[in-house]
Design a protein around this ligand. Structure first.
Ligand SMILES: NC(=O)c1ccc[n+]([C@@H]2O[C@H](COP(=O)([O-])OP(=O)(O)OC[C@H]3O[C@@H](n4cnc5c(N)ncnc54)[C@H](O)[C@@H]3O)[C@@H](O)[C@H]2O)c1
Length: 338
């Protein structure tokens, strides 16, 4: 079997998940090289993942490693230049979301993708590869709920992780750019058209530290789409019971709910609290299969010379909408999305 020779840059929280998938779970990929600024992470890659070529300099990895593809899992502000450098070095590229942290950066990535139509580029909107979200999209496309006219999305992180959210708050771009990008992408995907205006607001009740970095603990945005459809996104950082990701798509002939109860599994616990279903505890647990499925699709696309369903333009459009949402939240005004 032909294996896609791959190098990864970024071995932090999410990089390790992707690296282990590539090294051990995807038969047509092989993890040849790894790059990180953290020496312990490179030791881990050698010892635990069997990586033979490790680098602390990304450009050196591109120039020297024997790889056909690069997987970019670095902080969001590094994505666009790293995408352009890898494509210009002749490598297929998978990059984590968001595409970039501002629209100008996204243009750099768009131009690089356009310079290299022969190379595969994929952005990590992994929820599109989650079985339940993919099923919902199939049903919508088959007309089973008529014309979809409303998406309601909830994404609230578990309160046990709130100190980390407070720590990164100042540099995160604010709650919408940090948390709502997947929901923004899904609304566009499910409704099949573009958002034209947004109104947003935020609130902080439990952790005033968010206010010190001009951020909020929870927030809501309402969108209007070009065909008249609507979207509502609720994001937050303090779900006491776990990781609450839920999406509902309402159409003229029915609706679809994904994770109406964000269950850990199908087991129910009967005890003095009553009958309980435990909640899923975080994104690595909830979307473990989706991270694997999206990387399998990337490998298949690169080896078969095709492009995946998620394009660079999905990345730049969602960043643009994320910015408009942030402006609406900060100004209290309805913002037109250009
Ligand atoms: N799809 C999702 O659900 C999801 C979830 C979490 C994070 N993310 C995204 O994944 C990306 C990484 O997030 P994380 O939490 O794993 O970050 P992290 O801070 O835990 O890890 C960052 C890694 O990047 C490396 N790095 C940073 N700058 C570098 C450079 N210039 N050259 C080489 N290596 C460099 C660091 O050494 C480290 O290994 C972010 O863009 C984030 O938005 C996506």
């Amino acid at each position: 079997m032909k294996k896609l020779r791959t190098g990864i840059v970024g071995l932090g929280r999410l990089g390790r998940i992707h690296a282990a998938n590539i090294a051990y779970k995807i038969p047509n990929m092989t993890l040849v090289a790894a790059c990180s600024l953290v020496p312990e992470e490179l030791e881990y890659a050698k010892a635990e993942l069997g990586v033979t070529e490790v680098y602390s300099d990304y450009r050196q990895m591109l120039a020297e490693a024997d790889i056909e593809a690069v997987v970019i899992i670095t902080p969001s502000g590094e994505h666009c230049w790293q995408i352009a450098a890898a494509l210009d070095a002749g490598k297929h590229v998978f990059c984590e979301k968001p595409l970039g942290v501002d629209v100008e950066q996204c243009k750099i990535a768009e131009a690089a993708v356009e310079r290299h139509p022969d190379l595969t580029f994929m952005l990590g909107f992994m929820r599109r590869y989650d079985k339940s979200y993919a099923y919902a999209k199939q049903k919508i496309d088959a007309g089973e709920i008529g014309t979809p006219y409303l998406v309601k999305a909830t994404g609230v992180d578990p309160e046990v992780l709130v100190q980390n959210a407070i720590r990164i708050s100042a540099g995160s771009g604010g709650i919408f750019l940090d948390m709502a990008i997947h929901d923004i992408d899904l609304m566009r995907w499910f409704l099949g058209c573009e958002a034209t205006e947004v109104y947003a607001m935020g609130a902080t009740f439990k952790h005033p530290e968010f206010k010190q970095s001009d951020d909020d603990e929870t927030a809501v945005a309402a969108y209007k789409f070009e065909n008249g459809a609507m979207g509502i996104v609720h994001v937050g950082r303090t779900a006491p019971y776990g990781y609450h990701v839920e999406t509902e798509i309402v159409g003229t002939e029915g609706s679809i709910r994904i994770s109406a109860v964000p269950e850990k599994n199908l087991a129910q616990l009967y005890n003095t609290n009553g009958v309980c279903t435990e909640c899923v505890q975080g994104f690595p647990e909830r979307f473990a299969d989706a991270y694997l499925a999206e990387m399998e699709e990337f490998a298949n696309c690169a080896l078969e010379g095709r492009q995946p369903g998620v394009s660079v333009y999905d990345g730049s459009r969602s960043t643009l909408i994320g910015y408009a949402t942030t402006e609406a939240w900060k100004t209290g005004k309805i913002v037109k999305i250009g």
